[in-house]
Design a binder for this molecule. Structure first.
Ligand code: EPU
Length: 337
């Protein structure tokens, strides 16, 4: 194991925030991870996956453990079902492309989501009508206290919208080391009811969609709206879409007749936070070297050299303004450190 001191985390977080980690180690095997966790001299330890869902606002006074476990295995293939296990350090999108190359279906709508396989279950990533939970079977997680591996099933994960047990009662308890997915191998169930997908396929002259062309459509939609973290630092959606009651929604409609909503249950609706932020006038606003993205108001961006505290302050200003105008609290989706 190679522990380094005073390392910049700039290339390890998609926001591109330049903060120093007091100590840093990248682990590429389970045994190495266990050995690192046993090091008593480093009291504070911080687990880093793909760094795509974190805003770093200060130096990290800890041993940062970068999870770099790699590997993808076809566990079984029977009839139309294939079980695949991917290690936590696999880049999510590269893994999705690998499944598509093998003609395994189910992850295509989640193409181009930044981050790694091992962090995907924590916030139950999702896009274009499909969430990770829809394809998830179980994960192997290392219990940080006992250093034992545990298999955590889908039910036990208690997945919700951008939520799971790993953000709630088991926060900080586990390190996910691998994930098992159930995909289709012959007859794929294409999910195209998310509006933009069909229109994008039409624009691409696709008459008989496949999992591969759906992936291409999703990539094209995402590229047109979302900044590429390699070019402009960002963490995808900075906020969750808030869920409010139908009664609250009806009241809001009186002042804002165009307010969009998606049904959640008989009594609740989800409001696109992007619409709230755009209506509040923040879309495309730039403050020195950071701001709100011009094509998707849900995304805060670092144009280069911004610090996390400034972006945090902007997010708080947005939250306060949204509350003042709409009486809605919007919650950060990104972890703030
Ligand atoms: N909208 C605006 N202005 C904006 C952005 C959005 O008015 O600047 C409104 C429009 O009415 C639009 C609606 O919001 O029709 C929905 O926008 P979009 O389809 O872009 O989806 P979203 O609700 O903003 C969510 C996820 C994204 C995911 C897309 C597609 C959350 C927090 N975000 O965004 O996930 O890619 O749906 O499924 O749920 C991420 O989590 O990092 C992420 C990018």
């Amino acid at each position: 194991m190679h522990i380094q001191d005073n390392i910049s985390l700039k290339s390890f977080n998609t926001f591109g925030i330049d903060v120093i980690a007091k100590h840093f180690v990248s682990v590429s095997s389970l045994s190495e991870l266990i050995s690192v966790l046993k090091l008593d001299q480093y009291q504070n330890k911080f687990i880093l996956g793909g760094g795509s869902n974190v805003l770093l606002t200060k130096p990290v006074n800890a041993l940062v453990i970068h999870i770099n476990l790699k590997g993808r295995t076809i566990l079984s293939e029977k009839n139309n079902t294939v079980l695949i296990e991917a290690q936590a350090g696999e880049n999510w999108h590269e893994f999705v492309l690998w499944t598509l190359k093998h003609n395994f279906g189910g992850l295509e709508n989640m193409s181009l989501i930044p981050g790694n396989v091992g962090t995907a279950p924590i916030q139950n990533i999702g896009a274009y009508g499909v969430e990770l939970k829809d394809r998830f079977v179980s994960c192997q997680a290392l219990n940080i206290e006992t250093l034992e591996l545990e298999t955590i099933t889908k039910d036990a994960c208690n997945f919700g919208y951008r939520n799971s047990i790993f953000k709630q009662k088991s926060k900080g308890k586990y390190i996910i080391v691998s994930v098992v997915f159930e995909l289709t191998s012959v007859q794929h169930l294409l999910q195209m009811n998310y509006g933009a997908i069909t229109s994008q396929l039409t624009a691409m002259n696709v008459t008989t969609p496949t999992i591969q062309t759906i992936s291409q459509a999703v990539i094209a939609i995402r590229e047109s709206k979302l900044p590429n973290p390699k070019e402009i630092g960002n963490s995808g959606s900075f906020f969750k879409n808030p869920i409010i009651t139908v009664t609250e929604f009806k009241e809001l409609q009186q002042n804002f007749p165009n307010i969009p909503s998606y049904p959640v249950s008989a009594t609740e609706v989800k409001i696109p936070a992007g619409w709230l932020i755009e209506t509040a006038g923040f879309k495309g606003k730039t403050f020195n070297n950071y701001g709100v993205h011009k094509n998707q108001a849900l995304v805060l961006v670092n144009y280069g050299g911004a610090n996390g505290e400034d972006i945090l302050a902007l997010s708080q200003l947005i939250q306060k303004t949204i509350y003042r105008i709409f009486n809605i609290s919007i919650e950060a989706e990104v972890n703030i450190l």
